[in-house]
Design a protein around this ligand. Structure first.
Ligand code: RP5
Length: 170
């Protein structure tokens, strides 16, 4: 799946552009956790692809996916998994790209996603929104239009808090 809306700045990738972010999950049962993050990617008009690749059920498919995403120009991979949660770490072992892990369920085994020498950024349990926002920040280091959108997003959040505070204090 690729984000539908065209980017607002001319330097942005075209609507048909290859995905910049790859989103993968260990099972389709993880999809509800990713919905919020996918909405953020849509909001920022980031082209992305969503796939199911299980570290345990389809290990070769997972590795092939990771390699293909890296070769295809993807800049960041978001990987969501529960249980033993090997997916983010295994994907990170196959590529040199930044990988953001989304823990789907609380599990003490989640540290397996961060084997020594193979770093994997990890957001809070189920927090696909922050995974998407972190991916967009990473894209912002290469694509100024995403950095600009992120600045506007943060300014809007700041203004909303200040406005609420102003109302409380008046
Ligand atoms: C993990 O096991 C998946 O990432 C999922 O979070 C969990 C349960 O998967 P299903 O049994 O629902 O397919 O590998």
């Amino acid at each position: 799946r690729v984000g539908e809306a065209a980017p607002t700045v001319s330097a942005s990738p075209s609507p048909k552009a290859a995905p910049l972010v790859a989103v993968t999950m260990g099972s389709d049962s993880d999809l509800p956790v990713l919905t919020a993050g996918l909405k953020i990617l849509d909001q920022f008009q980031v082209p992305y692809e969503v796939r199911i690749t299980s570290a345990h059920r389809t290990p070769h498919h997972m590795m092939k996916f990771a390699a293909e995403m890296a070769q295809g120009g993807v800049k960041v991979i978001i990987a969501a998994a529960g249980g033993a949660a090997h997916l983010p770490g295994m994907v990170a072992s196959e590529v040199h790209l930044p990988v953001i892990g989304v823990p789907v369920k609380a599990s003490p085994l989640l540290d397996r996603a961060n084997a020594r020498g193979i770093p994997c950024a990890t957001v809070g349990i189920g927090n696909s929104t922050n995974a998407a926002l972190l991916a967009i920040r990473i894209l912002g280091t290469t694509y100024p239009e995403y950095a600009a959108q992120m600045k506007a997003y943060q300014t809007k959040m700041k203004d909303e808090v200040l406005e609420k505070d102003e109302k409380l204090s008046s």
